[in-house]
Write a new protein. Structure first.
Length: 361
């Protein structure tokens, strides 16, 4: 089973590869020939558990729309995170804590519809789970029902253990996010790393242990030294996803825009594989030139045979009432227009709606 599953994941070294046109796209890597049409079985949490047990690293990327999700699924990405980073890269805010819950739910559902065979993780925005347990459970449930998510991610420390336990008990799969937690950036004056002292490192390890004990099926660790990751791996048993946390995690995640070279200032741990930002700017400039030169390309629409000659004939346009497709003639239209109106309202009946209410007061 595991071997069959792995064989369905595109591998450039095994399947042969095609070189992407670096001039046209800004991409500097190769892609498997079958990466865009390879069918695969649906990825679940257990898929990731098996991969972690087999020592097969799995990839994760953020995604915020159905079209991109469709292509990432075709590329073999098994896990997509609809992160609260959408507040910055999609909505234009400067902070992730500005992510609206309803928008997060809509984006998550769109990603799942675009990549139905991929495991999709919803990211619970700031203040959707911190205030009280009832809010946490209710909002997490909305990610599964309205957002179509397979699992939710929650930035948490050990103090959230009881709350996450109740979320799991309610039937919500949870990924606990430890280490650097961007939703707390305001406390430290901005985003940064974590676990750089022994005391901080021990706290992060304890957080991870407590969150696993609370029922988290996945853990994510962000922006910590390798030593911290090693201790978390030694102390926990569930798959660990890293972002800026060294290479020994079971999975690795990046913000898609950082990977594609679309952000102005990518974090130090993000190495772009493309320069799509420049490619998009070049495509926009090319479209401006084509429009100015009246050569937009593509195929134009044409009239039905013989209709162009009819259009050139002198005379007034035929009345719309004489259009056989409408099933009505001009005389019939006149009769209908001049016919007395018949009201279905019984005599003395009171008007309903806002207008009637206003008139009666």
């Amino acid at each position: 089973m595991a071997a069959d599953r792995r064989s369905r994941i595109p591998d450039a070294r095994r399947d042969g590869a095609v070189t992407i046109d670096a001039v046209a796209t800004g991409v500097n890597f190769v892609m498997p020939e079958n990466a865009v049409n390879e069918p695969r079985e649906r990825v679940t949490i257990q898929t990731l558990v098996r991969m972690a047990a087999e020592g097969a690293p799995f990839a994760c990327l953020t995604c915020y729309d159905a079209t991109t999700a469709r292509w990432l699924q075709r590329g073999g990405v098994p896990l997509l995170l609809v992160g609260d980073t959408a507040a910055e890269v999609v909505l234009g805010y400067e902070r992730t804590i500005d992510m609206p819950l309803d928008v997060a739910l809509a984006l998550t559902a769109g990603v799942k519809r675009g990549a139905p065979e991929t495991l999709v993780m919803g990211d619970m925005p700031f203040m959707t789970y911190q205030a009280d347990e009832a809010d946490a459970i209710r909002n997490a449930g909305r990610f599964l029902t309205e957002g179509l998510a397979d699992i939710v991610k929650v930035e948490a420390d050990a103090s959230f253990g009881p709350r996450l336990e109740k979320m799991v008990r309610a039937g919500v799969p949870v990924c606990g996010h430890v280490g650097s937690r961007p939703q707390r950036a305001a406390l430290f004056g901005g985003y940064g790393s974590a676990g750089r002292t022994a005391q901080e490192a021990r706290q992060i390890v304890n957080d991870a242990v407590v969150l696993e004990q609370a029922g988290c099926q996945l853990l994510l660790i962000e922006a910590v030294p390798d030593e911290v990751t090693d201790h978390v791996l030694a102390a926990t048993t569930v798959p660990l996803i890293g972002i800026g946390a060294g290479l020994r995690c079971h999975g690795q995640v990046l913000v898609l825009q950082d990977l594609l070279g679309m952000t102005e200032r990518a974090p130090r741990f993000a190495e772009p594989v493309a320069e799509l930002g420049k490619a998009i700017a070049a495509a926009g400039a090319e479209w401006v030139r084509r429009v100015a030169e009246k050569r937009t390309g593509g195929k134009l629409y044409g009239m039905k045979p013989g209709e162009s000659e009819k259009l050139a004939e002198p005379g007034k346009p035929e009345s719309a009432w004489n259009d056989p497709a409408r099933g009505t003639t001009a005389d019939e239209g006149t009769r209908r227009t001049n016919a007395p109106s018949v009201s279905a309202k019984p005599a003395g009946a009171r008007l309903s709606g806002k207008a009637g209410s206003a008139g009666g007061r």
